[in-house]
Design a protein around this ligand. Structure first.
Ligand code: SUD
Ligand code: ADP
Length: 285
């Protein structure tokens, strides 16, 4: 029986700016997002009965309609009147509720995998549009690569990959709700907005130091104030000598960019002293 395998990588936001709060409750954003090589894996195969069955080795995520992979399968089934069942097994490796878009990437991988398994013939842009119905980060996860995201995150423009480097991810043991963080942000009172043109220029010139200098995320104002442990991890990474340090998305994961391999062990070992979940990965360029 045909089995489809899909990789669902985590994202980081090299830049996250909020322009204003919209009337629909969402925020108008400008983000520069890229993928890292920390990924979930999904296996999808035909089920002889007309049902969506989702399993995972992870005991700490919902496996019913609350799971974004389940929602993605249901959306395709309903929209294209697919009367076939599917068994999805999710190997979860991306930390949950971390600001790394794990659930969104699982949803994107499910859309891509079932498009193949069910022979739907949908284009990447059609899958992105479907993804937008599931969450603001899903269209980017469908497209992958590096992109500027506008609107509520669904309007994408692909750009060339950033200079390659090491990425050290540290996730403190707290769960941060994206809705809460956006809810606490006062968009009209943001003290300092990061510069999209300067970040794009640094990436286009492949200047690693300038890219590090242009990192910025306005959601740090909310999360770092509310969760001192996130601020502490950020300060620690800076002290340990990471070249650029930023919180990803709404947090609480903080990432450090490092260009020289020799420095990676120092940052990793220093962090491991007080943060259990630390990963060393590369950009997916
Ligand atoms: C902050 C970011 C940055 O990449 O990522 P995460 O921290 O979640 O990884 C995203 O904007 C999150 O995207 P995603 O997690 O898909 O959000 P959604 O499910 O669409 O929305 C969750 C909630 O966040 C708020 N929200 C989300 C996106 C946006 N542009 N404005 C908002 O105000 C809304 O309150 C919404 O109900
Ligand atoms: N496939 C999934 N993997 C992880 N979490 C999921 C998934 N589907 C739904 N969720 C729920 O979505 C919430 C946010 O998860 P996640 O996508 O990991 O966070 P973030 O948006 O911060 O990157 C969690 O509370 C989790 O219970």
């Amino acid at each position: 029986m045909t089995k489809i395998f899909e990789k669902a990588p985590a994202k980081i936001n090299l830049l996250l700016d909020v322009l204003r709060k919209r009337d629909d409750g969402f925020h108008e954003v400008e983000m520069i997002m890229t993928m890292v090589d920390l990924a979930d894996r999904l296996e999808m195969e035909e089920l002889p009965r007309d049902q969506i069955v989702l399993t995972s080795q992870a005991g700490f995520i919902p496996l019913d309609e609350k799971n974004l992979a389940f929602q993605a399968a249901r959306l395709l089934k309903e929209r294209y009147d697919v009367r076939r069942g599917v068994y999805i097994h999710l190997v979860k490796r991306i930390p949950v509720a971390a600001g790394l878009a794990g659930g969104s990437s699982d949803a994107a991988a499910t859309l891509k995998g079932l498009n193949k398994l069910w022979g739907l013939g949908l284009s990447v842009s059609e899958l992105e549009l479907l993804g937008a119905e599931l969450g603001s980060d899903v269209p980017f996860c469908v497209r992958g690569g590096t992109a500027i995201a506008r609107g509520r995150g669904e309007k994408l423009e692909s750009i060339s990959p950033p200079p390659q480097c090491w990425v050290i991810l540290a996730k403190p043991p707290i769960n941060v709700s994206t809705a809460d963080v956006y809810g606490k942000l006062r968009a009209s009172q943001i003290a300092k907005h990061p510069s999209v043109p300067r970040m794009l220029d640094a990436i286009a010139r492949q200047s690693f130091p300038d890219m590090c200098g242009e990192l910025g995320n306005v959601l740090e104002d909310v999360t770092l104030d509310r969760y001192p442990e996130v601020r502490q991890i950020k300060e620690c990474m800076i002290k340990l000598g990471a070249d650029g340090v930023l919180m990803s998305g709404s947090g609480p994961t903080v990432f450090g960019l490092v260009s020289k391999e020799a420095k990676v062990a120092r940052v990793y070992n220093g962090l491991r002293g007080f943060c259990k979940e630390v990963y060393v990965v590369r950009l997916l360029t």
